[in-house]
Write a protein that binds this ligand. Sequence first.
Ligand code: CA
Length: 388
Amino acid sequence: MKIASVKSHVLRYELPETLGYSQQYYTHRTAHLVEVRTDQGIVGWGECFGPGNVALANKAIVENVIAPMIEGESALKRDVIWHKVYNLLRDHGQKGMPLQAMSGVDIALWDIAGKAANLPVHALLGGAHRDRVAVYGYGMMLRPEPVAELAARFEDEAASIRDAGFVATKMKIGLGVRDDIRLATAVRKGVGDDYRFMADANHCYTTSDALAMGRALDELDAYWFEEPVAPEDHDGYRELRMALKTNIAGGEAEYNRWGWRALLECRGLSIAQPEVCALGGISEYQRVLALCHAHFTPVVNHVWGSAIAVATNLQLLAAMPDLPGGLHPWEPMLEFDTTHNAFRDDMLESSLDIQSQVKGSNGYVSVPDGAGLGVVPDEKFIKHHTVN
Ligand code: CA
């Protein structure tokens, strides 16, 4: 079975409201899907991390750089293909967009392998360690409004995410330490004392400001402090982890086994957040997961994007061994965006319906057991939202 064609679809729609994080506000949602067709009619789907114009640039890498390298190759030799493409791209980028582009292609090849074997991806990976996964809901995005209004909004939103059944919630911060403490205090008030919340800075702090914010999060009994400082600042990560009680989480901006080796060796992560649609796809994720577990660092995948990314992560979370294992083991969670996301909720022929599963089963969602990723995208929907 040979690869016949590799095509990217960049989708976009205008959000009903402006959302933001510590680096920017945004008005549109984008997704970048990769469709790999074989000469035997099997079609695989993958997704590349990278919003907005980054998706358009990644589309050019997928279609103009990677596709000519792999068309005509055996579709089942995904690890051979991974190394061929990486070796040819190494001189042009060992992190960032070339890896994001490779990720979508690799995920599509795993979808094809599952469909060819009539097995879900988690079975190809060695079997499901769990048939359901806990889900945390993130929301509480920044908005261009005064901090008092934002704090009131965060308090209400945190309570509604808890009431929707999610096992934990995550907020954005990024206004500076004083205002961020105000926002985090509002979220703690909104969810009450017995509920987990996390704070995501998207690397906007200096180490000393992160230390001040982290001490406030310690007082508020936050569960984790995500991307407190720049991803390159391994020393900052290590210093924060040594100084704070709150778990330090990060890694969504790290790539491949070599980047992850250095990040893990700095000992600055309490919880690792690999992004399968960015770091190199499922093939490389498996190696990064092994590295994380070799460093006894638990993993909660970073999840962003469409239903393809969510389905991919459900397969990976199902196939993730317990670390360290036990009668009541530490469990990973699925990250779930509670803001408007038509590419996740409306893109499949049969929806994953995460929100109603979460509501009906105390925050858990089942793992798709169809072949490959276990989901079927609605091609009419994709065509309708395609911008390229
Ligand atoms: Ca994040």
